[in-house]
Design a protein around this ligand. Structure first.
Ligand SMILES: NC(=O)c1ccc[n+]([C@@H]2O[C@H](COP(=O)([O-])OP(=O)(O)OC[C@H]3O[C@@H](n4cnc5c(N)ncnc54)[C@H](OP(=O)(O)O)[C@@H]3O)[C@@H](O)[C@H]2O)c1
Length: 251
């Protein structure tokens, strides 16, 4: 591919799980990537993963998206290395389970700082850079943002806020040619799901029975949806919620 034709994309939380699969897919399709991990240790792991990528010029960055200064530094590094930013995938996220009567304010604040405030800060920075030429943003939400689940009140509330924020800015930034869409996964096979099921004392067989298509989703299922929404094939799509959930939301 002509190097000047390559699109650029920043993906948060690309050290493992869904974010890493999105990075692998965009790499195969010629993107030049800035990829983040939240700690030095996971950054090292991400660097190791990059050895098997097609392109060798991707940029791994340490950034805790709960920290505004680290987000500013991440965008500055992205500007310096990628130049023009065409796309952002805000994927970083954590989970929280437990009875609503036992939610601690600190846990609530941490989840909202990452999933909601982090999304807002990253989208704001990206949109400022895309205003002159347009761009595409995908926020990884969850069906939990649309379908309440008992004992996940903090997570459901944060994902609902993330969806509402993304849809609001989709309207606001459409005149500048910036599309903003949400991918809402159901149960996807990652560390995140394993940890959440352990905390809820649920087996994967019990979850399987709740998915009409009869399987747990793969990270590649989600990556394909993100790739579509970032592409020109989706040039008339903004403010959408694309559920990758095997029909779970209706069951
Ligand atoms: N898996 C599912 O079933 C499922 C379902 C619905 C929605 N989702 C959403 O999908 C997204 C990715 O989930 P996943 O399943 O891939 O989770 P995962 O395997 O636990 O990976 C989470 C990723 O987010 C990063 N991260 C966590 N906290 C961060 C922070 N403070 N700053 C920067 N990065 C941070 C992690 O980085 P480190 O490696 O550095 O910790 C990691 O790269 C999340 O937004 C989640 O809510 C997942």
């Amino acid at each position: 591919m002509d190097p000047d034709m390559r699109k650029t994309c920043l993906i948060t939380g690309a050290s493992r799980g869904i974010g890493l699969a999105i990075a692998r897919r965009l790499d195969r399709h010629g993107y030049r990537l800035a990829l983040t991990a939240q700690s030095k240790e996971s950054w090292q792991r991400l660097r190791g993963e990059l050895a098997s990528f097609t392109a060798k010029d991707h940029v791994p960055i340490v950034c805790d998206v709960a920290e505004e200064q680290q987000i500013a530094a991440m965008f500055a590094q992205t500007d310096a290395t990628l130049g023009r930013l065409d796309a952002l995938v805000f994927n970083a996220g954590i989970h929280h389970q437990g009875p609503a009567t036992e939610i601690q304010a600190a846990d609530w604040d941490r989840l909202f700082a990452i999933d909601v405030r982090g999304a807002m800060l990253c989208c704001r920075e990206a949109a400022g850079r895309m205003a002159a030429h347009g761009g595409s943003i995908v926020v990884i939400g969850s069906i939990a943002g649309e379908r309440p689940i008992a004992k996940r009140a903090c997570y459901c509330a944060a994902k609902a806020a993330e969806h509402a924020y993304a849809q609001s800015v989709a309207l606001e930034w459409a005149p500048q040619g910036i599309r903003v869409n949400i991918v809402a996964p159901g149960p996807i096979d990652t560390d995140f799901l394993t940890e959440a099921l352990q905390a809820l004392k649920l087996s994967s067989e019990e979850v399987l029975r709740l998915v009409p298509l009869g399987r747990i989703g793969t990270v590649e299922d989600v990556a394909a949806a993100v790739h579509y929404l970032l592409s020109d094939e989706a040039s008339f799509v903004t403010g959408a919620v694309l559920r990758i959930d095997g029909g779970r939301i209706w069951s």
